[in-house]
Design a protein around this ligand. Sequence first.
Ligand SMILES: Cc1cc2nc3c(=O)[nH]c(=O)nc-3n(C[C@H](O)[C@H](O)[C@H](O)COP(=O)(O)OP(=O)(O)OC[C@H]3O[C@@H](n4cnc5c(N)ncnc54)[C@H](O)[C@@H]3O)c2cc1C
Length: 483
Amino acid sequence: MSTTGHRTHEAGETTVDTDVIVVGAGPTGLLLAGDLAAAGLDVTLVERRPAGRSNLTRAFGVHARTLELLDTRGLADALEATGTKLTRMRLFGRLSLDLGRLPSRFDHLLITPQYEVERLLEQRAADAGVTFRHETALNGLRQDADGVTAELTGPGGTPLTLRARHLVGTDGHRSTVRTALGLPFPGSSVIRSIVLADVRLTDEPAGSLTVNGTGDSFTFIAPFGDGWYRVMGWDRTRQVPDSEPVDLEEVRALARRALGTDHGMHDARWISRFHSDERQVPAYRVGRVFLAGDAAHVHSPAGGQGMNTGLQDAANLSWKLIAVHRGEAPDPEALLDSYHSERHPVGAMVLRSSGALVRLAMAHTPATRALRAVATTVLGAVRPASAKAIGMISGLGISYAPAPGAGRTSGRRAPDVPLREGRLHELLRAGEFVLIAPDGAAPALPPLAPTTAARVVRATWKDPARRTTALVRPDGYVLWSSR
Ligand SMILES: Cc1cc2nc3c(=O)[nH]c(=O)nc-3n(C[C@H](O)[C@H](O)[C@H](O)COP(=O)(O)OP(=O)(O)OC[C@H]3O[C@@H](n4cnc5c(N)ncnc54)[C@H](O)[C@@H]3O)c2cc1C
């Protein structure tokens, strides 16, 4: 399968051949590269940062569906040990969303810094044999019928050319891959001058995530669980560029305005100011090149969806690339296209929902404040509305279009059902399809499966009353079911 090799040209420039080039070692690129390498593909991950220098801790919330995804890679328990579990989200003082009823082994939101997620994913990728090229930046690319050529600058400014069958741009919101493809990134700035800080508190708020606002300002506090708190604040009357200095007193004043107290904030370990855009690329695939994570979509931090959505993009794409590289996809082009058709609508939905949340928080005219009151009351009082909101925020409610004629549950998330051989999500750690059948049945593989019978993990329902047969994709969604 591997096409790996080295060629040196007259100019001294080296060309390295690999199966897949992943550009950008943020959470999205690390998960994707690890998945591909674990399946035996030759993967090169290029990252412009030096080795060992982590991204700043931006994301801090890991939702239930992402924890399930990490569980199917054997990483969730280690990540859970690094953070704190929240079972309740309090929004705008009046709305309390109960996450404790989530239909998952992970019935909570895990608060942990993004660097902990990256640390685990980087170790897994390294163990799986990914070739890391740090201090290496992609400058441009070209593709032809056989592959993609990436033009890079390595350490010390050395030019390097990498050639691969496929390339994935996981290079963040300013993606060079996206620019090289000539794709637009339409959208706008949704909120400016948000202040962000990690602080300690003398007077700790009661163990939940706290958000409140006046319409002209809001503040959000989330506990990391180790004594540090993430604070995010915004004030309509103080709209300044990201470069404007910010200090702890500004954070404290914001909190007092929105929450009535600053909870005795002190010892900030870092503070910054940023703005947030809402943008989505129109195509997640152009020929042999794909975009995933922030390179494909960015949205407001409300709902804490960015990293979570990027990780789900990676999980959706990895098994499809693996099937195509192994030559096991009956229709490789259709399978690769399904990455866009499944993930683009999810990105669009996240843009809408996180945008709606931040606009509710910023509501300040009588009409928009009335709307906020209605929205929060409906969400709080009407079970189906709040269940739907929680399903979307946690990721558990996301499903894909069913494959034609593939049964009633095709496209749906496969819950972590007990099987004779263990939990389903444990069996998915093989990175392969799982075929679940009733006791005594030995069903054939459905013809649409992009895999071979020899690779499929076969399992039996623990509950003898279950009589269906189901084929679960490596990313934990049902591909086919007998009913
Ligand atoms: C304040 C804030 C709070 C947030 N909170 C949350 C949250 O609670 N939950 C959540 O899910 N998300 C949250 N997010 C969003 C989250 O941080 C991002 O969605 C996530 O980091 C995206 O991951 P990524 O791997 O797609 O891209 P990135 O993390 O941006 O990684 C891209 C990588 O590509 C590298 N790179 C860029 N260009 C090149 C190049 N040309 N060549 C080589 N390498 C390159 C970069 O150095 C970087 O390492 C938050 C964001 C902010 C700003």
